[in-house]
Design a protein around this ligand. Structure first.
Ligand code: FES
Ligand code: FES
Length: 132
């Protein structure tokens, strides 16, 4: 099976590889695994607490080329987006952008799950104005 040029580009030149400090209150961390293949993806966002806009993102992915390309693409895509926009990201957009074949669609689902988990983690960390 051939990878598309975009997958190869993101795989060979992954954007935003690395980590932020998990304990930082402006950071949200999403860590997800794919039961089907055992790949693991960690995606982190850094949020401006005043505007709620994502300013930066990092990822570490232990997995196939499509999983690495999907996470790399998502870290680029979320910059400048609001938390709501990031949480609404659909894996189909990633799969389409990278021209993933059907057997690799779950790799893009991993990236969707990871960004959603990162947004949720960030939200869970913020002090609530009203006690729940
Ligand atoms: Fe083996 Fe994704 S299935 S790396
Ligand atoms: Fe499992 Fe890509 S994440 S094959």
């Amino acid at each position: 099976m051939a990878y598309s040029d975009k997958v190869i580009d993101h795989y060979e030149n992954p954007r935003n590889v690395g980590s932020f400090d998990k304990g930082d209150n402006s950071v949200g961390t999403g860590m997800v695994g794919a039961p089907a293949c055992g790949d693991v993806m960690k995606l982190q966002i850094k949020v401006n607490p005043t505007t709620g806009v994502i300013e930066d993102a990092r990822f570490k992915t232990y997995g196939c080329g499509s999983a690495i390309a999907s996470s790399s693409l998502v870290t680029e895509w979320v910059k400048g987006k609001t938390l709501d926009e990031a949480a609404a990201l659909k894996n189909s957009i990633i799969a389409e952008e990278l021209a993933l074949p059907p057997v690799k669609v779950h790799c893009s689902i991993l990236a969707e799950d990871a960004i959603k988990a990162a947004v949720q983690d960030y939200r869970d960390k913020q002090p609530q104005s009203q006690p729940a």
